[in-house]
Structures are given as structure tokens and as C-alpha cells.
Design a protein around this ligand. Structure first.
Ligand SMILES: *[C@@H]1O[C@H](CO)[C@@H](O)[C@H](O)[C@H]1NC(C)=O
Length: 359
């Protein structure tokens, strides 16, 4: 009689209670994993963030950081936004990091600037701005920098690293391009910036605004009419992406600088500058492939060190489907392997699932 491979495997199970035990355990783990996936709030879902609305649940942008600067007589006050590139590295705009390490405080995990207890507060041990940003020119090129925390942030439901399309600048660029197709509505900016053009105090609660990417040429046409020096400015060449709001009456503003520009759950750029918030003048963002070139060359080997950091970034890269395949492969390996390796494999899959569960 013909015996399919599945039947012969079942035969092995009946004769080997240990393998059966392992199998049940693996099934249990797999179930946990599937439930885990369903329980994890979809941080990619930015549907609640429509133009100019309050973001009440920070798990929509758990990588956002409020950068507070020390002002004489005032103490620390919100100055800029940032994003958690890793749990130790805050990515922001260069112009947000003018000062020494002691001038800044970094707060993650709270939408409310005044609730000091709700967030995690850190200070920096190093501030590193793009080398060419030393003299930030009027067009705001090279406007990126990082702050390395003394102590890393703790990963929670409300504090997570940003989703990155790729750590490789070229790959990032090619994955980013479709997300920035002109006039797609899946990008937004979040921040505590001022809520009125001409206003001067930060918003107490985190806000978000949907921004629609426009091409560098469209951007130049608009900016060129306002400022002579932009008439021949090549936004694409200096890795700047422009965006406008739906009705051209909303935008990011002062205090939102350095914060994340996020498309489909992936942070692809840093808020850099704009003129006149809430007008048809576009906002300008620095795209990350440009930052990553510098990061890979100069910073990664030095500051991208801890194991927790690696795990986080890998989890972000491996899609759920790939993980499912991996679990399947592990499971099959268990079916055919002998006792010792079964145990190791089960253990490994448990670790895999546990990391998935915790993320
Ligand atoms: C922007 O314009 C739209 C459509 O006219 C309007 O519904 C919305 O309230 C405006 N937003 C602001 C902030 O003025």
C-alpha cells in the first residue's frame, strides 16, 4: 500500500512519546504566536491621524521622542521632535541639536508633555550632527543628527523603535520611492509643535497631520515664487522631500522639527523646515537614505552595538509571513530530527516566539 510521508511521520509519533510531546509543545507555541500577532496593536494603522487631529494613543507612533532643551530661567522645555532609531539612538534634525549634551532631555512614551511621570526620560552621552551641518545653510541641507543616550530606553507598548524600510541606503531608497508617489495619502507627521501659524508655545498633547508628498519640481515651483534662492533649487538632489496637506491649510510647524515623517508605518524622513505653517507652502523633510549613508559609514559600528538593538531591528525587518515560514521549517525539522536536536529546536522556536510575543 502506498504510504504518504505524512503517514510515516505519524507512525514515528506513535512509537515515540517524546516526539509527540515536542510536537504538542510546538503546536502550543505556534498557537501562542498566532494569538500574539492578533493581540499586538497595529502600530502601522495611522487611520486615526488625519489632518491636525490629536493622537491620543502613542502606540500609533511609539518611536516618537520629545526633545527638551534647557532654557535659562525656564528649565527644560519641548523644543523638537525625534525618533527612536534604536533604543539608544534618537534621530532628529541637526538644527535641533545645537548645544551640549547637558542642554537636552529626551522623553518617550507619553503624548502629554506635562505629565512627567508617564514617559521615560533620558539624557544624552553624545550628540553627533552631520559633519556638513556645522554651518547649516539657508536651504537647510544636511539637517540630520543623532543623540546617543546614556542609558537605553526600555521597550514597552508605548516605546518602540521606528520601523525602518532597510538599513541599506540603496534598498531603502528603492522601497521608499513607491511610498512617496505624489499625492498618496498614507504619510503623516506627528509632533508637539505650535498649533497656530505665528504661535510660540508647544502643543501640550501630541498631534498628527496627514501630509501628501509632492515632487521636487512642484516644490521648487512653489518655493521659487516666494524666495529667489529656491528658483533653481534641486530638492531631490539634497534628499529633501516636500509635502502638503490635503486642503493646503494644515501642516507641521515650529516645534515639530526633527520628528518622524511616517508612511505606511515606516519612518522615511525627518521634519526639517518650512515657511508659514498651515499655508499652501510645502513642508520639507530630509529622507533617510541620505542619513543612512553617513550612519553606515561613521556611526553604525560604534553605536549600533547592543544585542537588544539588533533583535529589535531584525524583528522589524522579518515580516510576519517570513516568521510563519520559519516556524514551519522549525516545526518540520522537529518532526524528522532526533531527541536532543528536537529539544534545541523547540527551545529556539520558543525564543523566536517569545521575542515576537514581546514585540
Ligand atoms: C482646512 O480646510 C478644510 C476644507 O475647507 C476644512 O474642513 C478644515 O477645517 C480646514 N482646517 C483648518 C485647520 O483650518
Amino acid at each position: 500500500m502506498h504510504r504518504s510521508p505524512w503517514c510515516s511521520t505519524m507512525q514515528r509519533f506513535r512509537n515515540n512519546p517524546f516526539v509527540l510531546f515536542v510536537m504538542i509543545r510546538a503546536l502550543f507555541i505556534l498557537t501562542l504566536w498566532i494569538i500574539g500577532i492578533d493581540c499586538i496593536p497595529k502600530s502601522q494603522d495611522d487611520s486615526k491621524v488625519v489632518g491636525g487631529y490629536y493622537i491620543r494613543d502613542i502606540s500609533i507612533v511609539p518611536w516618537i521622542v520629545s526633545i527638551r532643551k534647557f532654557f535659562e530661567g525656564e528649565g527644560f522645555a519641548h523644543d523638537c521632535g525625534g525618533s527612536l532609531l534604536t533604543l539608544e539612538i534618537v534621530l532628529t534634525a541637526c538644527h535641533c541639536l545645537q548645544g551640549g549634551v547637558r542642554d537636552f532631555e529626551f522623553v518617550a512614551g507619553s503624548v502629554d508633555l506635562e505629565n512627567k511621570k508617564a514617559g521615560q526620560v533620558r539624557s544624552a552621552k553624545r550628540i553627533i550632527v552631520h559633519p556638513e551641518c556645522v554651518d547649516l545653510d539657508e536651504e537647510g541641507t544636511f539637517d540630520v543628527g543623532v543623540a546617543i543616550m546614556k542609558k537605553s530606553f526600555q521597550k514597552t507598548k508605548f516605546v518602540k523603535t521606528m520601523n525602518i524600510l532597510s538599513w541599506n541606503p540603496k534598498e531603502f531608497e528603492s522601497k521608499m520611492r513607491p511610498l512617496l508617489k505624489s499625492r498618496t495619502s498614507n504619510c503623516f507627521v506627528a509632533g508637539w509643535g505650535v498649533v497656530r501659524n505665528g504661535g510660540n508655545s508647544a502643543s501640550r498633547y501630541l498631534k498628527g497631520v496627514r501630509m501628501y508628498p509632492i515632487t521636487g519640481e512642484q516644490c521648487r515651483n512653489i518655493y521659487g515664487k516666494k524666495r529667489k534662492r529656491f528658483r533653481y533649487f534641486d530638492f531631490d538632489k539634497v534628499h529633501q522631500q516636500c509635502g502638503v496637506s490635503r486642503y493646503l491649510n494644515e501642516s507641521d510647524c515650529i516645534g515639530d522639527s526633527g520628528g518622524p515623517f511616517t508612511c505606511k508605518g515606516y519612518t522615511v524622513a525627518v521634519v526639517s523646515y518650512g515657511f508659514e505653517c498651515g499655508t499652501p507652502t510645502p513642508s520639507v523633510y530630509v529622507t533617510l537614505p541620505y542619513f543612512l549613508e553617513w550612519y553606515q559609514k561613521k556611526l553604525k559600528s560604534k553605536y549600533h552595538g547592543t544585542s537588544s538593538v539588533r533583535r529589535t531591528s531584525q524583528a522589524a525587518r522579518v515580516g510576519p509571513f517570513k516568521n510563519l515560514c520559519l516556524s514551519g521549517v522549525l516545526f518540520l525539522t522537529e518532526l524528522v530530527s532526533h531527541r536532543t536536536s528536537s529539544f534545541i529546536v523547540t527551545f529556539l522556536s520558543f525564543v523566536l516566539v517569545a521575542s515576537q510575543w514581546l514585540s
